[in-house]
Every structure is written in structure tokens, then in C-alpha cells.
Design a protein around this ligand. Sequence first.
Ligand code: Q9C
Ligand code: ZN
Length: 678
Amino acid sequence: MASGTALIYDEEMTTHKLLWSDPVCDIEVPERLSSSYDQLKRYHLVERCVHVPAREASQEEILLVHSSEHLEVAKSTQTMNEEELKKVSGNYDAFFFHPNTYCCARLAVGATLELVDAVMSGKVRNGMALVRPPGHHSQRNAANGFCLFNNVAIAAEYAKLKYGLQRILIVDWDVHHGQGTQYIFEEDPSVLYFSWHRYEHQEFWPSLKESDYDAVGLGKGKGFNINLPWNKVGMGNSDYLAAFFHVLLPMAFEFDPELVIVSSGYDSGIGDPEGQMNATPEVFAHLTHFVMQLANGKLCVILEGGYHLKSLSESVCMTVRTLLGDPVPQITGEMAPCLSAVESIQNVRAAHKSYWKWLMYEDTSFLQNLSTKSLLLKKANPNPSTEHESKITNNDETVKVERFLELHMKNILFPVPPIKTATTDSRGSVHLLPVPVHFVKEIDKTEIKALVSGFYADIVKEDKNLLSLGSILAILDKILKKEVCNGIAESPTCSVSVAVALRHSVRFGFQRVLCIFVGDMEIIPNTEDGKILMIHICEKEQSGKTRSKHYISLNWKEDAEGNDFFPAVLGFILPVAYSYQPNLTVIAVGPNRSLGISGISLLFSLLQGLAESRILAVIKDTEINVMQSVAKALVGASAPQFGVYVPPTQEKVNKIKILRDQFQQEWKMLQCSVKDGI
Ligand code: Q9C
Ligand code: ZN
């Protein structure tokens, strides 16, 4: 199993620069690369990565995507003087040539291909390439939007050819539409292209009709092009996460890629003069964490845009840190997507419903009047600034965001990297764990007795439970003191153990604990109302439970043929969990579980993005196989393994829809349609 993260950077790529004055292009500066790299050094991330040298791509490699005419024009610019360079540059929309541009662009492609090789050969698990010029606007026969060769598109063709790949996912989180990439793969079902982008009803560059949500691909490629247009500026963390939960991730898991390539522009981050969005650097840690769960972790991240140097470099660091496997920082801000975002999400889901099983059963009969609604919404929030005015405010903005980020990054906690997992070694099965864990000394029996008689006597009635409680409390203590990130405990009596653990965490001072129960368990009523959110996954409907926003019963029996739990996790559990923002996650697996091991692993892997990765696992002591899989998921030592994907039945999809409708007023990240509430 591959481990390690590659980092590709070559100073040579800072030599490509604008030689004359051009207000359109003057943001694409060499410092974008050097300041990102400097920040990586400052956080000691460079030394933790595997250095992979860049190389110049061959002409044959460039011709995998581009025409020979385009290649020849690019080549010819090497010996031109400034006047000639300016003239050729003028043939394209937003591009500038420098005598070294051709060389840099070949290095940018070569760096991308080297990263693909490092990941595909198993030399590393994943990696990032810092490259210039960027690529995603570049087309078969044209430079465009600061891009000469389409680095990512060439890499996808290369991976298909060299490694025989049949399914590649390109995630383009740059704030601009990678129309170049869309054109290249429009008819190709082997490449699933996802892009979100500032669109503003076609008013934002490149202002193309084909950037809208209804461009789903052509011919055999129908359904394999996903456009999520943002019709307003100011989109933030929760809008991006909602887009992942309700659009990208369901389709990506169903597609089941063999390799993921990210067109990683950070102009979608806060402070960027182009994007005008609000997402803070931590969101990129979450986005990265999510795409790491696909393709057995095979992930290549390639730099595209990003023009606010501080925002860019902090976001790059967030990405690399996550690739290395560090815990994901907690996301900040109100967790609710805005109306305009929900509307875009709904539109793209509707446009794709005939191509993807999970969307198939969605009721979208209320769509007709949406476009008029959009216009009304847009008028309600006019943005009357002229070009000139916005330049001035942008400068103020830039400095303001710099100061904000300076403070903000100091406030972000990085909990004990790398991830440490705790367990105790009292009884048999923990010794069979396939991964290195940190053994914790159990609490002494008399000590437990003292603890229990004080606080938990009403829960713990039998002496025989004391020992297992001792190990759980010892592990929980380590998590609470931040000595470890997560831990696994086995227990003969899950529900009692969990009840004690929950009360203990709340007494410790946690305001929000997310508890997921899998299996038939008696839920011991808690007295810490509001500080615990319970999601109970079991086969049978739980009767007699009050309708409370803090108790959710999810009746689910995993299909015997494989894992059909994805839509429930992506479409329901994750949105609820992200809305809640827990300080700790407790996941208990008890008797008569209705989920298979792959479904349980999925839960653990995806919920690691929450609560600064603090997870306590409590597993029924007879479930040795579950223990092993959970340990693997928590330690992050192996590739994610979620078993064979099986599409859910219509009944199950409806179940999620009903739950979503029921809870979306409380847990707003569930919102993916606007039919209610406006
Ligand atoms: N009036 C990337 O982020 N803006 N490219 C052109 C013309 C070009 C962005 C405005 C923005 C290109 C890789
Ligand atoms: Zn961009």
C-alpha cells in the first residue's frame, strides 16, 4: 500500500512573467508560486513530502491534447522580442508570452505527468504540483485565461494511455470555469469533469452559455460533464461543502474513478480579486479530505489559479497538510448554504438526474419557474460598482483579508499531527489490530468504582461492566487531553459504555457531541439535553422516541450484495454532522448491526473531517473484523476500502429524501432544493 505525499516545485517556472502593462493579466505573477512554496517551508511541510523533480514534457505528450499548430506557435515565441510577443499574445483572450513561457509551460505539463507517474506507480499515495502557467482554460488550438497548455487534460490522456485507466475524475475547484477541459472531454465518458465557477448568469468571464448547469456532455459523454455555476459572489465554506455533499460526491462515488486529478485553483478562496468568494483556507482541507476517499486515495493536485498571495499560500498549505494525513481543522462560520447556492445545486442535480442513479428518483417537478426566480433574486442584490471603483476597493480588500488571515490562521488548532490512535491491551482482540496503535494504560478498578459511584451510578448497575469502562475512560481521557486524536475500545456492553463516555465528555466541557449508534442498542436517555446529537442506524424502526432534533433514527439494512450506504452518508449523515459541528464524535457498533464492514468504514473515514478528527470508537467485543477495519480507517494507514458499490433502491432513496425534508430546517446543510421555505 502506497504511502507518502509528493511535492513538485521548480523555481524555473517563476521566470514566466508579464513584460508590459496589462490590467487583465497582471495578477498572474511569479510570486504566486514562490510565496506558496515559502509558506510550505515555514510550516515544515516541504520536508515531510517526497520531492519529485519536474521535467519538460515531450512534444508528443503535448500533442495528446493540442494541435501541432498550437504547439508550433508556442515554440516560435521563444526567440521573439517584446513587440512580437505582445502581438502574438493579443491573438488570445487573456494570455501573455515571455521568451521563457514555452519552457515553463512544458515544465508545468511535465511536472503534472511526473506526479501522475509517482502516484500510479505507487511511489507515493498522492501529491501536489505547484505549476505555472496554469492549464484549465487552454484549448486544443488556443491559449486562454493565463493558460498555454492544459496540464490536467494532458495528464488525464497520459494516464489513460500509459496505465490503461478507464475512469478518471477531474475536480476543478478553481473559481473559473475550465472551459478548455470541458471542450477536451465533452464527448469522453472515461473522464468525469466537475467544475464550479463564478457565473452570475453568464455575466462573469468567460461568459459562456456552455458553462451553465445544463451542459452535461455530448454524445457518449452525456452525463460526464458537471457544471455548478455560482450566480452570486460571496459563496463560502458551507456552500462549497453543500456542493460536495449533494452534487460532486454522490456522482463521484457512483463513477468510482481509478484516479482523481484536481484542477486546484484557490481563486475560489477568500480575498481573491477574481473570485470575490468567502471560503476560508480550512475548507480546502475538507475538500481534499473528501476527494482522498476516492480511487483508493490516488490523488494528484495541480495548481491552477489563486491571486491573493496570502489566501493562496495558506490554502495550498491546508491542501498539502491534508494530503499528508494530518487531522482536518474544524470549519468555522454558520453552516447553512445560501439560497442562490441551493438553487444552483438543485439545478445541476435536476440536469443530471437521468444519468446518475442516486439522482434518478428525485422529484424535480417544481423546477419550471426557477429561472424567473433567479432573475428576481439577482435584482434583489445589485452590485453596481464600476470597473474603476472595484479596483480601488479591491486593494483595500486585499490588505483587510491579509490581516484577517494572519489572525485567523493563528486561531486554527492543529490537533496532534500525525494522527495517533489509542486503545487498551487488556483483552484479546486488540492485539490483532493490523496497524500500529498507541496502547493506553487502563484505569484501576477502584478508581473506576470511585468515578462511577460519583457520576454514573444510575447507568452502571453491574460490576462486570467496570473493567470495560475503565479502558473506555482511559482512552477518552487521552482524546480529551489531546494526546491522541482518536481511539478504539471494545466493550461487552456498548450502550452502557457509550452512555458513560457521553456524560463524561459533556462533564469535561464539550458542548456538542455527535453520537452514531450502529446496531440494536438500548439508548440510555441522557440528561445533557442538547449537548448530544444521536443518530441511530438500525434495521427496525425505533418506537416510542419523541420527535426531537437531537435524536434521529435512520432505519437502514445494508444490501447483501455490497455497499449501498453511500447516499445515506453523503446525503444525510454528513450534512447533519457538518451542520452540528461536534467537538467530539462517538461511533458505537453494537449487536445486530445492519451495516456491513464497508458501510461502517465509510462512516469512519468521512466523519474524520469533523471535530478536529476526534473520534471515539466503541465496538462490541465479539466484532474482531469490525475492530480491524475501524483501526485501519482511523489510523489512515491504508487506502480507503468501502467495498463494492451497489446503487440504493428507490425505497431507500425516498427514505433519505423524507429524512432530509424532515430535518432540513434544523440541520441546514441538508438543503439541496428550494421548493420549501421560500
Ligand atoms: N475581461 C485562471 O484562474 N480574466 N485564469 C479575463 C477579461 C481572465 C483566470 C477578464 C481570468 C483568467 C487559471
Ligand atoms: Zn481561476
